[in-house]
Design a protein around this ligand. Structure first.
Ligand code: CA
Length: 224
């Protein structure tokens, strides 16, 4: 899951980015309206977090511009304290939710999850394939009733595969959704993570769930 954060207060931006990354999201940051719009249009995001007051042009204008171009990405607006008009404007402009500053990270995290869940194709709480059960809210993974420990990044990749159950997912799709804009890693990093995922999920079972589609990518499915 990939998030764009447009917030000009560097300290707040860093705190939000760090917290969301610990939850396994890839987070790109922009610091003014213009930069935010450029990134929103050039990349594909699962959620956009927008501050209302930004240099160059404000978050409400940015939100309207994004909607005008037909992007349906959920947008969470951050507004100044008790600025009731900001909230109304924010929702009128096509934002899906808003939060008033100051807010706690815990509150932000639950709003982020709710928005991503609301718009993801699978509206049920848990994601499953065969006897594999993943709970995005509790961050748990079970196979055959047995709990398996996952790092945030591994979890994020697994969640992405499950959102595309029975479909082929390319390495580029995984990279774009799980790592941020500044990511420059080994070219085989996705393969390394997938190998770990396999070890955790498919080792010692006769029914393999993660399949390699040669020359293309990966697929999570009950059938190869
Ligand atoms: Ca601001």
């Amino acid at each position: 899951m990939r998030i764009l954060l447009v917030e000009d207060e560097r300290r707040l931006s860093n705190v939000i980015k760090k917290g969301l990354e610990e939850d396994g999201y890839a987070v790109d940051t922009a610091f003014d309206g213009e930069e935010g719009q450029f990134m929103a249009e050039s990349e594909s995001y699962d959620l956009i977090i927008l501050d209302c007051l930004l240099p160059k042009f404000d978050g409400i204008t940015l939100c309207k511009n994004i909607r005008k171009k037909g992007h349906k990405t959920p947008i969470l607006m951050l507004t100044a304290k008790s600025a009731i008009e900001d909230k109304v404007l924010g929702l009128d402009s096509g934002a899906d939710d808003y939060m008033t500053k100051p807010f706690s990270f815990l509150e932000l995290r639950s709003r982020v999850r709710a928005l991503i869940r609301r718009t993801s194709r699978d509206s049920t709480t848990t994601l499953t394939v065969a006897d594999l059960v993943v709970d995005p809210l509790k961050h748990t993974v079970e196979r055959g009733g047995k709990n398996i420990a996952f790092t945030p990044k591994e979890f994020s990749i697994l969640e992405f595969l499950l959102h595309h159950k029975d479909e082929v997912v390319t390495r580029t799709m995984v990279t774009e959704h799980v790592w941020d804009y500044n990511f420059e890693g080994m070219s085989n990093v996705v393969d390394v993570f997938l190998a770990n995922l396999r070890k955790k999920i498919d080792k010692n079972t006769s029914k393999k769930l993660i399949h390699t589609v040669h020359g293309v990518g990966y697929k999570i499915s009950e059938v190869a």
